[in-house]
Design a protein around this ligand. Structure first.
Ligand code: HEC
Length: 139
């Protein structure tokens, strides 16, 4: 009886280790690269409230028209959202993550920083703002 009860946890430990160390499943690994294309539906017309939110929270850097012709946009070398190239690899998921968690990187010697909006905006609000942002490219 003593032997059985003491060997039980010993067997459990290696199987837990295997579980924790196993690589992400195929499905999870794909989710990082694949994603939903970011594009507004035909005839897209943003609600006034959404435009107001963009203008107050996002336009200081990206501009009201997405061209980033702003003081901070120039300082950080932010790219033009009206260009197809801007959206080339950007999926709904990536854009959501970038806005919720922020961006901090150096590109061509310029420090680029978008503060995380996760404490101020819901993922749904962020998705809606990103649809508005990508609609600059269609205009
Ligand atoms: C303080 C400046 C700043 C503000 C404010 C800001 N951004 Fe950004 N944003 C950046 C920078 C810097 C980048 C990365 C460089 C670039 O886009 O060229 C970026 C990139 C993005 C991208 C592309 C993300 C990607 O993964 O490629 C999206 C989408 C975006 N911002 C949306 C928003 C939205 C929506 C808001 C408002 C809620 C917002 N941004 C507010 C600075 C800002």
């Amino acid at each position: 009886m003593f032997r059985r009860s003491s060997s039980f946890p010993l067997l459990l430990v290696p199987s837990l280790v295997v579980l924790l160390a196993s690589p992400p499943s195929r499905h999870e690994a794909q989710a990082e690269t694949a994603g939903t294309p970011l594009s507004p539906p035909a005839g897209y017309k943003p609600e006034k409230k959404l435009v107001r939110t963009w203008n107050s929270k996002c336009a200081t850097c990206h501009g009201e028209d997405g061209r980033a012709h702003t003081e901070q946009g120039k300082e950080m070398g932010i790219d033009d959202m009206t260009k197809a190239a801007y959206w080339k690899d950007v999926t709904v998921e990536r854009a959501r993550k970038s806005v919720l968690e922020g961006i901090k990187r150096t590109v061509k010697g310029k420090e680029q920083e978008m503060k995380p909006f996760g404490d101020r905006l819901t993922p749904q609000q962020v998705d809606a703002l990103n649809l508005f942002a990508v609609s600059f490219f269609k205009k």
